[in-house]
Design a protein around this ligand. Structure first.
Ligand code: NIG
Length: 409
């Protein structure tokens, strides 16, 4: 594989303290004002300030624009099938998300579609969306199951994610979302998922993360407790969707059980934010939900000020967050959640890499790490300003430039 040298860049290395960053450290971007980086064999070979002493391969002039690590998207429902266009029309006409769920639509509608979709088509849909993510500057990514809603179909979704991950050009991290919804036609679903699904997962993918949706009309707090306790006893890692619409105690449960993350938090108040902020559990906020559903955003400013470990993610899914763009989430977080651009970037690159256990591979520009990079059209602030823009000027995944680009030089 040939080498590439990128010179004359505003190099946003993201180097800074190890581990998940809180408080002022969240905004440490490690900028080299006029930097260079050499990529070789898919990795960062070397970097520095000024002119590269020994350029290798093609030399690209970044023309002082910002070069950053690719975004790391730590919460997505990227594997789905079917269409919920009709439901969006209902939502725009004022029907709330949970009302559509109550009528048997929402997640259940995607469950029906996924079950009818052949394996090869599931793989194809996921691969195609990964390509679109590349265009938007996203490299490493998490993908949840959750639209199988019984043990065989959840395992089928997991296998699809694993097949795609095995041939992907980037880390693709699966999460087993066995507790995504309830189904009136499956009264034993919770027990089956706990007694059969979780042990099967622990055998297939030891140490993998599990997830559930703790919400009215989805899994109750008690069901989530049984599910997460069982998962923990099997050595699985825990994540939880909580406080999206109602505060049911999911944050406290996740913290008590030492979960990796609690995701959503739109409805969280001071008590939940401060419990979470003083724990080791990361808070994942998903501003595209507020944009797409009801204008409610989690209080990221307060959470960071309380010392919380914050991650931003796209939550890409067909029901509440119809966007693959994590840059769009950054833009929303800066406008509606009180974050500075630097904090939002730290939460979407470095902290998300830490949450996925990938911070040795991605999340900063350092020698030996994967060469997953994006060259913006301006400074790093353009990530937040360039709302609905066409994405970065150029993207490299594992040192290979994406086959499209928006410029000739
Ligand atoms: O995180 N809240 C639960 N899961 C998704 C929505 C999934 C869907 O509606 O298909 C979310 O918002």
């Amino acid at each position: 594989m040939s080498a590439t040298t990128i010179r004359n860049a505003r190099l946003v290395t993201m180097s800074g303290p190890a581990g998940v960053r809180r408080g002022a450290a969240l905004a440490s971007l490690g900028v080299l004002e006029r930097g260079w980086v050499v990529l070789e064999h898919g990795r960062i070979h070397s970097l520095g300030e000024g002119e590269p002493p020994a350029p290798m391969g093609e030399v690209i002039d970044a023309r002082e624009r910002a070069l950053l690590p690719a975004l790391v998207d730590s919460h997505t429902h990227l594997l789905h099938a079917g269409s919920r266009d009709e439901e969006w029309a209902q939502k725009w006409a004022g029907t709330p998300y949970l009302e559509i769920v109550r009528r048997g639509g929402g997640i259940l509608s995607t469950v029906r579609a996924v079950r009818e979709t052949p394996d090869e088509m599931l793989d194809h849909l996921l691969e195609r969306r990964l390509l679109r993510c590349t265009r938007l500057g996203t490299g490493a990514i998490e993908v949840k199951t959750g639209y199988g809603l019984d043990v065989p179909h959840e395992m089928r979704m997991l296998e699809s994610i694993l097949r795609v991950a095995a041939s992907a050009d980037r880390p693709v991290v699966p999460t087993f979302l066995g507790g995504h919804a309830i189904d009136p036609d499956q009264p034993n679903l919770t027990d089956e998922m706990i007694e059969d699904g979780l042990p099967r997962l622990a055998t297939r993918l030891p140490g993998a993360a599990v997830d559930a949706f703790c919400e009215e009309g989805a899994w109750s707090l008690e069901e989530c407790r049984r599910y997460l306790e069982k998962a923990k006893s099997l050595g699985l890692a825990l994540r939880l969707h909580a406080d999206e619409f109602h505060v049911l105690g999911g944050v406290e449960l996740a913290v008590e059980l030492g979960a990796l993350s609690v995701d959503h938090l739109e409805a969280s108040g001071e008590a939940q934010l401060s419990t979470l902020a003083s724990s080791q559990t990361v808070g994942v906020m998903l501003p595209c939900c507020g944009f797409a559903l009801d204008g409610r955003y989690a209080n990221a400013r307060r959470f960071v000020d309380l010392g919380g470990a914050l991650v931003l993610a796209s939550n890409a899914n067909p029901g509440s967050a119809p966007s693959l763009s994590l840059a769009f989430s950054i833009a929303l977080a800066v406008r509606f959640m009180g974050l500075s651009v630097a904090e939002a970037i730290g939460a979407s690159i470095w902290n998300s890499a830490c949450l996925l256990g990938l911070s040795r591979e991605v999340g900063s520009i350092e020698p030996g790490k994967r060469a997953d990079l994006m060259l913006l059209d301006g400074t790093e602030s353009s990530l937040a300003f360039d709302v609905a823009g066409p994405g970065p000027a150029r993207v490299w995944i594992a040192g290979v430039e994406a086959p499209w680009r928006r410029e000739r030089t």
